[in-house]
Ligand binder design. Structure first.
Ligand SMILES: [Fe+2]
Length: 370
């Protein structure tokens, strides 16, 4: 068999390891990219302190599902100050924004030129350090960014060889105070990354190994992290999110993420909840095609059969207070055809092992409508 594996990110994992940030910052000017919530909670000033610099520029305006305008605004500030190091402090939206900003600083134009495919990034001179504050996105170890074009309302993923960060500091302590809703949604996002990477047509032995361990850690820790939020379960989820990110950085995701895009864009469902909505149904459908492969995973997790695994996923959705039916988020029967079409327009839908066309997806949606 042929296989490629490439992951050029230096990963620093462990409680309190944010304190190593100062030794990683280079040049004269550092810019922290974050959001207003983390600024308010004091995360930005904490990281600023660890960076050990006084001349740090802050850009804390990243919104969930970052727009092209936000990226361009941050890049303008970075260019004006000739920034040498960018430190992304936050979840997926923040890290995705920082990746694009770092690249735009070494290239001309706006993010839309690159998102449309009119231009391609040819270099990146700015050092990029990612510090995730949630356990889910895995963006710190992927070369993917997702941006929203406000004019069309379309959320579009983009891949670039210059999107790999130089360093990922994964410090579980930064996730200790996450509220339950964020823990649940980001944890289910990580589960989708791992399970989709595992079953993707593009999977290979290294990504499968990472994915299988990530799924096990999530099944063991997500419930506890939602209910107790204890240190050990938080650490388990931080590792799971990292491993899941590594896995899907090699394979991409499949139909669950394809479905999530319209659910988030049109119906405002948080990303992880949107990824999980059809997970039990798609799992059972994929089992009919790659049952033997899924049995390896199911046995590793200690479940009797695929039905028991699907029930365990549903249980996590219940504990996390995630929507389980499309009607709960305002979707009616007459909306299903549109939802099918926009889900299938995403190229990653084709990476799903079972062939899911219009008919099959419509059936899945009817099953989880109410
Ligand atoms: Fe995701």
């Amino acid at each position: 068999m042929d296989m490629n594996f490439f992951l050029p990110v230096k990963v620093i994992f462990g409680n309190g390891r944010i304190r190593e940030l100062g030794s990683l910052v280079v040049g004269n000017r550092t810019m922290i990219v974050s959001d207003s919530v983390l600024l308010e909670l004091g995360f930005v000033s904490e990281v600023k302190e660890e960076a050990g610099r006084t001349d740090i520029i802050e850009f804390c305006e990243v919104e969930p599902n970052p727009s092209c305008e936000t990226v361009d605004r941050a890049a303008k500030i970075g260019r004006e100050h000739s920034v040498d190091t960018i430190v992304a402090v936050g979840g997926g939206s923040v890290m995705d924004t920082a990746k694009a900003v770092a690249c735009l600083m070494s290239n001309t134009g706006k993010i839309k030129d690159y998102l449309d495919g009119t231009r391609t990034f040819t270099s990146r001179k700015v050092r990029l350090i990612c510090v995730p504050t949630t356990s889910g996105t895995g963006s710190e170890v992927t070369n993917v960014g997702v941006y929203t074009d406000k004019s069309s309302g379309v959320k579009k993923p983009m891949v670039s060889e210059f999107f790999w960060s130089d360093f990922a500091i994964v410090d579980p302590e930064l996730t200790f105070s996450l509220p339950k809703g964020v823990t649940a949604s980001t944890g289910l996002d990580a589960l989708a990354h791992a399970i989709e990477s595992y079953w993707a047509k593009s999977s290979q032995p290294v990504s499968e190994s990472l994915a299988i361990r990530a799924i096990d850690l999530i099944m063991k820790n997500l419930r506890r992290a939602c209910i107790d939020g204890d240190k050990e379960s938080r650490e388990g989820l931080s590792m799971a999110s990292l491993l899941a990110g590594m896995a899907f950085s090699q394979t991409r995701t499949t139909i669950l993420h394809a479905i999530s895009f319209p659910l988030t864009n049109v119906y405002g469902v948080p990303h992880g909840f949107a990824c999980a909505l059809a997970m039990p149904e798609v799992l059972k459908l994929n089992y009919k095609v790659i049952g033997e492969k899924l049995d390896i995973l199911i046995r590793y997790l200690g479940f009797e059969d695929v039905g028991e695994f699907a029930v365990a996923i549903e249980d996590l959705m219940i504990v996390g207070e995630a929507p389980r039916k499309l009607s709960e988020i305002g979707i009616r029967e007459e909306d299903l055809d549109g939802l099918v079409d926009s889900s299938l327009s995403s190229p990653i839908a084709k990476l799903n092992p079972a062939n899911i066309g219009r008919k099959e997806l419509r059936e899945i949606f009817e099953h989880i409508l109410q």
